[in-house]
Write a protein that binds this ligand. Structure first.
Ligand code: ATP
Ligand code: MG
Length: 215
């Protein structure tokens, strides 16, 4: 089973993935958690290029780097793991590309979806948890985590995080549109709830989830 987590930076994805993986392992499941971009040696190197704040990258360059990293991860790690019956939990997948490079950077959506299809070979998550929180609030979490003042030109931020609030607003709107197109795959959760409340909702949803209903 392939589970993905989506949401803007600071929404709480990594926090929830850690808790979910621990829960599933406790009940005896084999679980693999991965983050995008990254997860193979090549993909981790691409991650450094993408997130290093010194680099200026064009929107198309950015899209292709994310997609290259994704192709490596899908073929080298995710597909073999799924074949063995492992539960794979992904911290971001192609919906992030649609939201960030499509709605955020303005790359046209049909081109984008063919590049996504190429890089994933058509692989789709069984279920996607979307952690819903306004960019303003999520970024405040991010800034306070790093103990830095609220300013987007801070050296402590990665390249994506430095893109500014207007960019994040477009990404947030983008996620809204993406979810409307595939309501069966997405589970949207109010990410302003406590960490434990969100975790409980995720566990309950997975218990009730059955492949038959979604095929
Ligand atoms: N439900 C919550 N309520 C309050 N704070 C939270 C909640 N969930 C996570 N946080 C805190 O918000 C910060 C960001 O959380 P986290 O790193 O999990 O977000 P993320 O979605 O993985 O962000 P990124 O996309 O940048 O990796 C952390 O300091 C975390 O402890
Ligand atoms: Mg994270």
């Amino acid at each position: 089973m392939l589970i993905t987590f989506e949401g803007i930076d600071g929404a709480g994805k990594s926090t929830q993935i850690k808790k979910l993986a621990a829960h599933l392992r406790n009940q005896g499941d084999t679980v693999l958690t991965l983050r995008e971009p990254g997860g193979t040696e090549v993909a981790e190197n691409i991650r450094l290029i993408l997130l290093e704040s010194r680099h200026d990258i064009t929107p198309v360059g950015e899209l292709l780097l994310f997609s290259a990293s994704r192709a490596e991860l899908v073929n080298e790690v995710i597909l073999p793991a799924l074949k063995e019956g492992t539960t794979v939990i992904l911290d971001r997948f192609f919906d992030s590309t649609t939201a960030y490079q499509g709605y955020g950077r303005g790359i046209d959506l049909p081109t984008l979806s063919s590049i996504i299809a190429l890089s994933t070979g058509g692989l789709k998550p069984d279920i996607t948890f979307y952690l819903d929180i306004l960019p303003e609030e999520a970024l405040i979490r991010k800034f306070s985590e790093k103990s830095i003042p609220l300013a987007f030109d801070n050296d402590e931020l990665d390249r994506m995080e430095r893109s500014g609030l207007d960019f994040y607003r477009k990404v947030y709107e983008g996620y809204g549109s993406i979810m409307q197109q595939e309501p069966n795959r997405f589970v949207s959760i109010n990410a302003r709830q406590s960490i434990q409340e969100i975790h409980t909702t995720i566990i309950r949803t997975l218990k009730e989830w059955s492949p038959e209903q979604h095929s």
